[in-house]
Design a binder for this molecule. Structure first.
Ligand SMILES: C[S@@+](CC[C@H](N)C(=O)[O-])C[C@H]1O[C@@H](n2cnc3c(N)ncnc32)[C@H](O)[C@@H]1O
Length: 203
C-alpha cells in the first residue's frame, strides 16, 4: 500500500494510523498482552457518576468498556479495527453474561461515524488519533448533564464551547500511576480533559 492512499499522516514520521494499521497491529498482538487494567482516568471519573449509557470511542480490546459494564453501565464500544473487537468480545465472554450483555461492540471509523446526538451519560475516548476530527461529534453525543472524558496529549478545551461545558478539575492525587507490563510503575503525564455538558448548545 502506498502512502498517498492514506488519510492520516503523522507529521513526525512515516507511520499512518488508518484501518490497515490498526487491523495489522491487533492481528500481530498477543491476545493475553491486550488484557490490561482499565485506564485509571476512566475509572476515576466514572466512579463519581451514576451508571447510565456510555460510549467508549476507540475501545481497542475493551478493558474500559468491560470495566464500565461491570459497574452497571450500558456500553456502546466502537473501534475501527474488527480484529480489536474480536479480542474485546473474547475478553467479554469471560465475564458474567449480564456484564457481557451490557456491551454493544461496533466497528466504525469515528471520523465518519454519526454518533447518536445527545444520547450518552458518559463519552470517553483514550489515545485515539485524529481527535480534532472526532471530538466535536463525540461532544455532541453527550446528553446535557453527561460527561465527556478525553485522555490524550491534546488541548481539547479549545474545541468545546465554554457556555456549554464545565470542566471537571482533576485533583493532584488523580495524576495517576499505572503499572506497566514489566511490573514497573509509570506516572501518566497525559493531558486529560473531563467536562460536564451543562447545556444542549445552539441547535
Ligand atoms: C492507542 S489505541 C487505544 C485503545 C484503548 N482506548 C486504550 O486506551 O487502551 C487507539 C485505538 O483507537 C482505534 N482507532 C484509531 N483510529 C480510529 C478511528 N478513526 N475510528 C475508530 N477507532 C479508531 C484503534 O483501532 C485503537 O484500538
Amino acid at each position: 500500500m502506498t502512502e498517498h492512499t492514506h488519510n492520516h499522516h503523522h507529521p513526525d514520521h512515516d507511520e499512518v494510523f488508518d484501518r490497515d494499521f490498526w487491523e495489522n497491529k491487533y492481528q500481530t498482538a498477543h491476545h493475553a498482552a491486550l488484557h490490561h487494567d482499565p485506564n485509571p482516568y476512566v475509572t476515576t471519573v466514572a466512579a463519581g457518576l451514576t451508571p447510565g449509557r456510555a460510549l467508549d470511542a476507540g475501545c481497542g480490546a475493551g478493558p474500559e468498556a468491560i470495566w464500565l459494564a461491570r459497574q452497571g453501565w450500558e456500553v456502546t464500544a466502537v473501534d475501527i479495527s474488527s480484529v480489536a473487537l474480536d479480542h474485546a468480545r473474547a475478553f467479554a465472554a469471560r465475564e458474567p453474561a449480564e456484564v457481557a450483555g451490557r456491551i454493544t461492540w461496533q466497528q466504525a471509523d469515528l471520523t465518519t461515524w454519526a454518533a447518536p446526538a445527545g444520547s450518552y451519560d458518559l463519552v470517553c475516548t483514550n489515545y485515539v488519533h485524529a481527535l480534532d476530527e472526532i471530538v466535536p461529534a463525540l461532544a455532541a453525543a453527550v446528553r446535557p448533564g453527561g460527561t465527556l472524558l478525553v485522555v490524550d496529549h491534546f488541548d481539547i478545551l479549545a474545541v468545546l464551547d465554554p457556555a456549554e461545558w464545565r470542566p471537571i478539575p482533576l485533583k493532584a492525587e488523580q495524576r495517576v500511576v499505572m503499572a506497566t507490563f514489566d511490573g514497573s510503575e509509570k506516572v501518566l503525564d497525559d493531558r486529560v480533559m473531563a467536562a460536564v455538558r451543562v447545556s444542549a448548545g445552539a441547535p
